[in-house]
Design a protein around this ligand. Structure first.
Ligand SMILES: Cc1cc2nc3c(=O)[nH]c(=O)nc-3n(C[C@H](O)[C@H](O)[C@H](O)COP(=O)(O)OP(=O)(O)OC[C@H]3O[C@@H](n4cnc5c(N)ncnc54)[C@H](O)[C@@H]3O)c2cc1C
Length: 459
């Protein structure tokens, strides 16, 4: 763990206030363990600044002493990238909660880094607008974390990823200097788009304090369809049909019998249909008038007994619970290996079906729970009961590589996936990325242990 001298702690307290420097292990524990409980670190101090100026002065101080820092938002990241696994100081941005007035003409808003995605979706509703990124961790996940991981989520199909919503940022570099670009110009080709470079940077290039974000129309009418299907191939084919209805279709999600059985056992959910089916597909459409007819038309070839359609809010929530309850039900069983991957849709069926065999070869006890954003080719492979020493991650990632996919569809590399970065990035790409890191953070103090192996060679 990084040692913090008393004079240093006094300086930090003088900067952000006594109550915003936590050193008691009872108080710092929640900031040191990730959401899954799989990644457990420790820290000498959690520092909670409340303004860009405070972050700048803090980083200047830590820079002068060569003290490494892990920026943290809602701590919902799933790849061990936001917790102090090497004893770094935690810089918590959770107190950055200011949301500026909606610019309804431009359809934009400026939000501080600690604003949650739920707040961001809710606040602009009275202007007929909302935020395009929606994930199940919406009540805790923050703007800063979503930019740093380039979050995708449930409605990416229609609105794109976090980078697509990002018009500018205010951020503090490792040496305490500030870049601020919050004017919201949608046309501005004046050299490198530094804000876009921060999307997916996982806290390694700068600490994001504010962002200028694009808003999308809020549609008042919604319809959700849940369809029971015989196999994954039927789900891929149906997702293809539904894709032709974007918009108003905005979410197309997949889960399997193995997940529904967990939901029944651990969350007490009833079976959605009379009998269990091997595969389920959930689709949502949103529009200014009732979009149910669009779903009904797209599902015309499906046996009506295999379709549940919901338009009221309560019924829609009930159907979504089958998809969104997966992470909770899995966590009730134990700490899973969470492997968020994507493959080309043409390879999706073969890949998804090959997973149980690939896992059984490294751990006979491993139980995969597969679900995800099927239309994006994105499968969350959660593995329960794997033998401690089994190379479960390697088995799945090697399979992903065989099918031409990505070892991280949306959660980032963090610390969890860095041994496999070479499966997706060539030596030249990794060298170029390291050069960017070294030029913005030459002392390697911002989240030094994520993305790249052997961080000491950076710079
Ligand atoms: C139930 C559940 C469902 C999820 N579903 C999805 C999903 O559908 N799609 C998806 O993409 N993700 C999903 N996630 C993962 C997670 O919620 C996202 O990665 C989210 O964007 C992380 O935000 P956070 O504020 O919690 O970040 P944290 O976990 O605090 O941090 C994540 C990373 O961002 C960096 N970081 C955080 N704040 C800043 C900042 N201000 N400046 C610089 N770097 C920063 C951290 O150092 C770390 O590397 C899910 C997680 C859970 C628990």
């Amino acid at each position: 763990m990084v040692e913090m001298s008393e004079p240093m702690l006094r300086e930090l307290r003088a900067l952000v206030g006594e109550h915003n420097v936590l050193t008691d292990p009872e108080m710092t524990r929640g900031f040191s363990v990730d959401w899954t409980g799989r990644f457990v670190g420790q820290t000498a101090a959690v520092v909670r600044p409340h303004s860009t100026e405070e972050v700048a002065r803090l980083l200047r101080l830590l820079w002068a002493e060569g003290i490494p820092v892990v920026p943290q938002g809602g701590n919902t990241g799933l790849v061990g990238g936001g917790v102090p696994l090497h004893g770094e100081v935690v810089l918590s941005l959770a107190g950055f909660k200011k949301l500026y007035p909606v610019d309804s003409g431009a359809g934009q808003i400026t939000a501080q880094a600690g604003v949650t995605l739920a707040m961001l979706r809710e606040q602009p509703l009275k202007h007929g607008l909302t935020f395009g990124i929606d994930i199940a961790s919406r009540d805790s996940a923050t703007v800063g974390g979503a930019i740093a991981t380039n979050a995708g989520g449930l409605r990416m199909l229609r609105y794109g990823d976090m980078a697509a919503q990002l018009l500018g940022v205010e951020a503090v570099l490792a040496d305490g200097s500030v870049i601020s670009h919050l004017d919201g110009l949608t046309k501005d080709n004046t050299g490198y788009r530094l804000h876009q470079l921060l999307a997916g940077s996982e806290g390694t290039l700068a600490v994001i304090t504010q962002a200028r974000l694009r808003l999308v129309p809020h549609y008042t009418h919604r319809a959700v369809g849940l369809v029971a299907l015989p196999d994954i191939a039927s789900a891929v084919a149906l997702a293809g049909t539904l894709r032709r209805c974007i918009p108003p279709v905005e979410a197309i999600e997949l889960f399997l019998q193995e997940g529904v059985e967990l939901l029944q056992r651990h969350l007490g959910l009833p079976q959605p249909f009379q009998t269990l089916s091997p595969v389920y597909l959930l689709a949502e459409a949103a529009d200014r008038t009732d979009p149910a007819s669009v779903l009904i038309e797209a599902l015309a070839d499906i046996n009506p007994d295999s379709i549940l359609l919901a338009t009221s809010e309560a019924d829609r929530k009930r159907l979504w619970r089958y998809r969104e309850g997966h992470t909770e039900a899995i966590s009730r069983v134990g700490i899973p290996r969470k492997l968020d991957v994507s493959v080309p849709l043409t390879a999706f069926v073969e890949f998804a079906e090959a997973i149980p065999k690939a896992l059984s070869e490294v751990s006979a006890s491993a139980v995969p729970i597969r679900f995800g954003h099927i239309a994006d080719g994105n499968l969350h492979v959660n593995v329960l009961h794997a033998a401690e020493e089994a190379d479960v991650d390697g088995a799945v990632f090697e399979l992903v590589a065989q099918f031409g996919g990505s070892i991280s569809a949306e959660h980032g590399i963090g610390t969890a996936k860095k041994p496999w970065l070479h499966l997706n990035r060539s030596d030249v790409e990794i060298r170029a990325a390291r050069a960017i890191k070294a030029s913005l953070d030459p002392a390697n103090l911002l989240n030094p242990h994520v993305i790249f192996s052997e961080p000491e060679s950076v710079g």
